[in-house]
Design a protein around this ligand. Structure first.
Ligand code: RIB
Length: 311
């Protein structure tokens, strides 16, 4: 048995309010949907839960409001054996919510109202320094304020903890923040926004990777491209990894589970090449089920998964 990875996650915690409908409404239109569900989500919490189900020891650092959603989401983290002692309950704040619509074929659209996630501060992150210092890998995303993201990355750098920055949702970042990441995991759109600030005119995937490498020459890049797999630049070496063939139900949290898979295998001692293959399997299994945390696979399922690549 390989050693268990220790993962620290600094990020968002949301309650997802999910509806299904057979199409997306256009502005001004009202349409009838089919189903409604409340499912624990948030990119940070999804990555934490995914890593815990893959057998890692996980600490979560973030904020919820002092409301029913906050209470429920902390309970959910604890039920997954995650150390939630650095999840703060912010008096008077509402817990983050995401309004998600999933349409037939699994495509989604998401509006996030950050609530308490917007109150994560560098001081709060520094209070959790011991959890970050003790981790094999730090995972951060962009659903909390940038100063908190930067504080987490700085602590990791200071203690030699490897840091994965999942730049989602996309925004242009200061180069000094980008340079604190050892690995960056944008999807194709996020790669464009990071590289040039917009999607239009960002050029091919290779050009986006070139631009990102100029911004962060030392970071490894793992760019996810949905059914086209993952394109990487690991220590400058480019490689392509095919996507696995699965029946897509809902793509929500696919990126989160990929990130968690990479972090866990890397934290267990595998190299990034193997970690990307493992993360791709975790992501593939996630899209076969509905919802965010409801869709995250257990380690045994990933080990059993007979991966067939897309033709
Ligand atoms: O990545 C998926 C997540 O994005 C959802 O769970 C939702 O909460 C939004 O943060």
């Amino acid at each position: 048995m390989e050693r268990r990875a220790k993962i620290a996650v600094v990020g968002s915690i949301n309650m997802d309010l999910v509806v299904t409908a057979d199409k997306f409404p256009v502005p001004g239109e009202t349409i009838m949907g089919e189903t409604f569900a409340m499912i624990p989500g948030g990119k940070g919490a999804n990555q934490a839960v995914a890593a815990a189900r893959l057998n890692a020891d996980v600490s979560m650092i973030g904020c919820v409001g002092d409301d029913l959603f906050g209470e429920k989401l902390i309970g959910q983290l604890r039920s997954e054996r995650i150390d939630a002692s650095f999840v703060k309950i912010e008096p008077g704040a509402t817990t983050g919510v995401a309004l998600i619509q999933v349409q037939e074929g699994g495509e989604n659209s998401i509006v996030v109202v950050p609530g308490a996630n917007a109150l994560v501060t560098p001081e709060h992150v520094r209070e959790a320094e011991a959890a970050i210092r003790g981790a094999d890998v730090l995972l951060v995303q962009l659903e909390i304020p940038l100063p908190a993201v930067e504080a987490a990355l700085r602590i990791a750098r200071e203690h030699g903890v490897r840091a994965i920055l999942n730049p989602a949702p996309a925004r242009k970042l200061p180069p000094e923040l980008i340079r604190l990441a050892d690995v960056m995991t944008p999807n194709e759109t996020e790669a464009a926004i990071l590289a040039t600030g917009t999607v239009e005119g960002a050029g091919s995937l290779e050009e986006r990777i070139d631009a990102l490498r100029r911004l962060a020459p030392d970071a490894s890049l793992l760019v996810t491209a949905g059914e086209n797999g993952v394109r990487t630049a690991i220590f400058g070496e480019r490689a392509s990894y095919p996507a696995y063939r699965v029946d897509v139900v809902d793509t929500t949290a696919a990126g989160d589970s990929f990130n968690a898979g990479v972090a866990v295998r890397w934290g267990e001692g595998a190299d990034l090449d193997e970690a990307v293959r493992f993360g791709s399997k975790v992501g593939a299994l996630t899209v076969t089920r509905f919802g965010a945390q409801s869709s995250l696979p257990a380690r045994e399922e990933v080990e059993r998964f007979e991966a067939k690549t897309r033709p």
